[in-house]
Design a protein around this ligand. Structure first.
Ligand code: ADP
Ligand code: ZN
Ligand code: ZN
Length: 733
């Protein structure tokens, strides 16, 4: 074949390599960037890839190139702007483009399935069918009954409806169609849904917020909606989304992983009066594909989802909202370690649309962006109906008699609320029964053999579990070291706290909500329903219960153990602790009854606690930012973390030595710290190390990181270990 009759496509594949692959295509085949192709790759004869460029040249000798097998799409699956965003993300996070793109696609698309909206059909009577007397079909009773049904349903019936109404319908339906009496009409399944519109009158503060944000609706602007819990941020989102969709454009709303409850979805649906498609990991592969396509084709005015929904394609993007923007779940913690919040901001810039970040406890990054004039700040300072923030009481545990994990003062406070028929939430961010098992005789600790950290005793399962690697062990009857039978359970988890409460308040209905009690699909929703129906007096929960929920009967929140958050090696720990504290506290007194928060601590004078009880997150944030500035930590500097996992300590040394040498070569303003063992020094049998890289010049940093990654990828010492780079790491574990 002559050179002029072929062209070359650059294809990305879902492989962890920082490069693209060239293939030949006959010029008669229509190809363009964003289309999928099947290509031979390695030992695989047919691998799904995606074209990112079409050209006439290749750096590789054309005789060595292979032909693609076939194209999979007639139209580009990803628009140019979307490819651009993915390319940016790949560059910024130093993650191979192929993996980034395939990560952003629904599973069925990755597998090469057709990108086709599932259509369903409605059967209706034709004019001939309408004119037919059903009595004339008396010899075909099944046909007669279907004809009667369709007469009674002039809008037609779907296959599902026909099956429900008449059972086996297909043969008689076919017969009716052959006679020209019935006909099918295509309908988009989801397009049928209609929800009654319900408007809430915004209060003055909310209206002012909407007014200032709506001025930005036709351009890029990032807005920080800084509103206390219960101030009605969601209503502000809804008002903005309404405007955008009325304008024929699409809105994308991101919520944290646990925020996507059916209650929240139906609240949005009811008030938007628009079709809402959801995108999250609990959907079936087919549902995901369908919703993704509806978004891509512009048939979904509102797209609601968790982290990965940031990759939803949109035909007519108009607005992106990130609720609880500070939430850690927006950062993917393995593989492609992106931040959906930060991608949202870049996406807004590229698409020239506004991005609204909402939170009662904004991240330091967002505050600093406001200070730098990059974000517009809009505040909501009042709770709806001027409900007062909960009163906060610190309990000095040093002087308190304890029952289990509970001080006498907290027990008394719980008893008082129960007497008034109110709900109480006890917050303890530790599941299981007790976090440590120790021998009373010799001090032996039940540790995970693969991670070298204490195992948590789970009474319900009667097992010792490792919360890092999820391995399990039976509970020993005697100490394996000295044979002593007295094994102590030290510390309290949610299981043990529930047991203590049952002893103290035997008549109370107690619900425990943590990852263990909500593992089954739908169980979280069932628990939330039970709480709302008043079928619970005391809730014992981890952070799953801290955020987003609105329980009107809940008046008391007890924070059982705040001290763990006060002292930590991670520089973000106090920010996280303050955010969690405010989120949990915000659950108390959300309706008419005033709320009370009781905090158990051994450090009542701790300056962080003192500031939090003043309800002054903003002043807390100001002083935290001062601190970060003087220590040159984010948001005043930028971090990347090179993580290494090795089977033996010796294997990581040459890799780090060479990697650091390559970086130092550049003579740029990077500082490196380490390598040091990671705070979780061992996981699943592998040793973990990390090297922290800090810079004040982000753009230059980014350019060099790209080269650096390609260089270290090629190091022979890199083959002996596992490495990954985390850009803007959110935890250092
Ligand atoms: P946030 O997200 O800021 O914590 P929400 O948006 O969940 O607050 O609002 C808290 C409660 O107040 C919800 O039950 C909501 O329906 C109600 N609400 C919000 N705005 C109004 C309003 N303008 N008038 C009446 N009720 C409102
Ligand atoms: Zn012992
Ligand atoms: Zn382990």
């Amino acid at each position: 074949m002559s050179a002029s009759s072929i062209c070359i496509v650059q294809v990305v594949l879902p492989v962890p390599l920082r490069r693209t692959f060239d293939y030949l295509v006959d010029k008669k085949t229509r190809v363009s960037p964003g289309m999928r192709v099947l290509v031979p790759f390695g030992r695989k004869r047919k691998q799904v890839g995606l074209i990112i460029k079409v050209s006439n040249t290749s750096e590789i000798d054309k005789n060595k190139l292979k032909y693609i097998n076939q194209t999979l799409d007639k139209e580009p699956l990803l628009a140019k702007a979307h490819l651009h965003l993915l390319q940016w993300a790949s560059d910024y996070y130093q993650h191979p483009l192929g993996e980034v793109i395939f990560h952003a696609l629904p599973v069925l698309i990755r597998q090469g399935k057709a990108a086709k909206i599932r259509t369903s059909f409605r059967w209706q009577l034709t004019a001939a069918g309408q004119a037919t007397e059903t009595a004339s079909l008396h010899r075909a009773p099944k046909q007669k009954s279907i004809l009667e049904l369709l007469q009674a349903h002039p809008d037609g019936l779907t296959h599902d409806e026909l099956r429900a109404l008449t059972g086996n319908y297909s043969a008689p339906l076919k017969a009716l169609a052959a006679k020209g009496l019935v006909d099918k009409k295509e309908c988009h399944e989801q397009a049928q849904a209609r929800y009654p519109e319900k408007h809430i009158q915004l209060n003055a503060e909310q209206s002012a917020a909407v007014n200032s944000i709506e001025k930005t609706l036709d351009k890029y602007q990032c807005v920080l909606l800084d509103g206390v819990t219960g101030s009605g941020k969601t209503e502000v989102y809804i008002a903005l989304v309404r405007q955008v969709i009325t304008d024929g454009r699409q809105a994308l709303i991101l919520v944290p992983e646990i925020g996507l409850t059916p209650q929240f979805i139906s609240r949005l649906q009811q008030q938007l009066g628009a079709r809402l498609v959801v995108l999250h990991s609990a959907l079936s592969a087919n549902e995901r594909l369908q919703n993704w396509l509806l978004a891509k084709l512009g048939q979904a005015p509102v797209i609601l989802g968790t982290r990965s929904a940031i990759w939803a394609p949109m035909m007519r993007p108009g607005l992106i909202i990130v609720d609880e923007e500070h939430d850690l779940s927006y950062k993917q913690q393995d593989g492609f370690r992106y931040s959906a919040r930060d991608i949202a901001i870049m996406r807004g810039k590229l698409a020239a649309i506004p991005v609204v970040l909402g939170s009662a406890t904004p991240s330091m990054e967002s505050y600093q962006n406001v200070n730098d004039g990059k974000f517009l700040s809009v505040g909501l300072a009042q709770r709806i109906d001027e409900i007062k923030p909960p009163q906060i009481r610190l309990i000095d545990m040093r002087a308190q008699p304890m029952t289990g994990a509970l001080s006498a003062a907290l027990i008394q406070a719980i008893g008082k609320e129960l007497k008034h028929n109110k709900q109480v939430l006890l917050f303890l961010n530790r599941r299981g029964f007790s976090p440590v098992m120790m021998c009373h005789q010799c001090g032996w600790l039940a540790n995970c053999r693969r991670c070298e950290i204490p195992l948590t005793y789970h009474k319900h399962k009667n097992k010792l579990l490792c919360h890092h690697c999820t391995s399990q062990r039976p509970v020993p009857r005697v100490c394996p070291e000295c044979g002593c039978a007295e094994l102590l359970l030290i510390g309290h988890g949610t299981e043990r706290l529930t047991e203590t409460l049952t002893d103290i308040f035997p008549a109370a209905k107690i619900l425990r909500i943590d990852r263990d009690s909500t593992r089954r699909k739908g169980s979280m929703n069932a628990l939330v329903d039970a709480i709302n129906a008043g079928q619970a007096d005391i809730l014992v929960g981890t952070q799953m219960l801290a955020k987003g929920h609105h329980f009107p009967k809940l008046t008391l929140v007890g924070i059982v153990d705040i001290d763990r958050g006060l002292f930590s090696a991670d520089f973000r720990a106090s920010e996280r602790m303050a955010q969690l504290f405010i989120q949990v506290s915000g659950r108390a007194g959300r309706a008419t009854d005033p709320g009370l928060v009781v905090v158990q601590t051994h450090y009542p004078q701790h300056p962080l606690l003192q500031r939090l009880i003043q309800h002054d997150y903003a002043s807390f944030a100001r002083s935290l930012l001062q601190e970060r500035k003087s220590t040159n930590l984010p948001p005043f500097s930028y971090l990347a973390l090179l993580r290494v996992e090795a089977n033996q300590a010796a294997m990581s040394e040459p890799f780090f030595r060479e990697a650091i040498a390559l970086l130092a070569d550049k003579k740029h303003n990077f500082e490196t710290y380490g390598p040091i063992p990671a705070p979780i020094a061992k996981r699943s049998g592998r040793l973990r190390y990390q090297l922290l890289i800090l810079t004040n010049e982000r753009n230059e940093f980014r350019r060099h990181l790209g080269n650096w990654c390609r260089q270290i990828e090629a190091l022979p010492s890199a083959k002996k270990i596992r490495w990954s780079l985390d850009v803007d790491p959110q935890d250092m574990l």
